[in-house]
Design a protein around this ligand. Structure first.
Ligand SMILES: Nc1nc2c(ncn2[C@@H]2O[C@H](COP(=O)(O)OP(=O)(O)OP(=O)(O)O)[C@@H](O)[C@H]2O)c(=O)[nH]1
Ligand SMILES: [Mg+2]
Length: 240
């Protein structure tokens, strides 16, 4: 089905309509950040955490920049390979086949397929965020922004507009110097966001994805955020 969606196959839409009633249960997480910050390594470690909670989990690695499955995507697969034989783990990459903006729709449709198949957690990895041709925040329940320490204040990597869409901020590679400074700086920037009182306050966490340090906390932070938005949705149901 995902292949049909990717190829814009005319039969995909009819088939999706049949799947749609079976979707709507999954928790969809977006993981985004600059190239090389450790998104795939972090997701690999998150798979381990969620498998420990016996969650069925799918990962879609999105590559908006290249029309073909390039090296980066192969890298993604390699980094998550240890889960390849786990039948409750599904890992796939999607590339844009030229149609700009089409990738968001294709990814949304792929999520419906995975959701209907009973994947309880679906993680979408994408490079960068807020890009015109791939709007991750509109597809997922929770957005995790991955950055690394250093590079000046560590925030330079987080471009304008990204701060607004993040629910969980992850300072990965915190084995490197100045991780605390970067985390603190993020905390300050979030505080300045001037968030309404009743809404979710973003969490900043430090990880060393390579050896799994801090990843359990990230896994639980996402689940807490999902709980939070479900409660809000229920509250809205009661009011209306
Ligand atoms: N020192 C250190 N290196 C890490 C850590 N996590 C990941 N790396 C390394 O950083 C490099 C990039 O990791 P990836 O997981 O491929 O990063 P990515 O963000 O998915 O990269 P793209 O998908 O290409 O944007 C690899 O060499 C990893 O081994 C960490 O916590 N500390
Ligand atoms: Mg990657």
């Amino acid at each position: 089905m995902i292949r049909l969606i990717e190829e814009n196959d005319p039969t995909a839409f009819e088939k999706l309509k049949l799947l749609y009633p079976h979707a709507g249960k999954a928790f969809i997480i977006g993981i985004t950040g600059s190239p090389g910050v450790g998104k795939s390594t972090l997701i690999d470690a998150l798979i381990t955490e969620y498998r420990e909670l016996d969650k069925k989990i799918a990962v879609l690695a999105i590559d908006p920049s290249s029309p073909f499955s390039g090296g980066a995507i192969l890298g993604d697969r390699l980094r998550m390979q240890r889960h390849a034989t786990d039948e409750k783990v599904f890992i796939r990459s999607m590339a844009s086949r030229g149609q700009k903006g089409g990738l968001s729709i294709a990814a949304k449709d792929a999520v419906i397929v995975l959701d209907a198949m009973g994947y309880e957690i679906i993680i979408i990895e994408t490079v960068g965020a807020g890009q015109a041709d791939f709007d991750i925040a509109s597809i997922v329940h929770s957005v995790g922004i991955v950055s690394v320490p250093g590079a000046g204040d560590g925030i330079q990597a987080i471009k304008a507009g990204i701060l607004e869409i993040g629910d969980i901020f992850i300072v990965n590679k915190s084995d490197k110097p100045d991780a605390d400074v970067s985390a603190l700086h993020l905390d300050m920037m979030i505080e300045m966001r001037n968030i309404p009182r009743a809404s979710w306050t973003p969490i900043v966490l430090k990880t060393i994805a390579q050896n799994g340090t801090g990843v359990k906390e990230v896994a639980h932070a996402f689940l807490s955020h999902f709980d939070f938005i479900q409660k809000i949705n229920k509250g809205q149901d009661i009011k209306t």
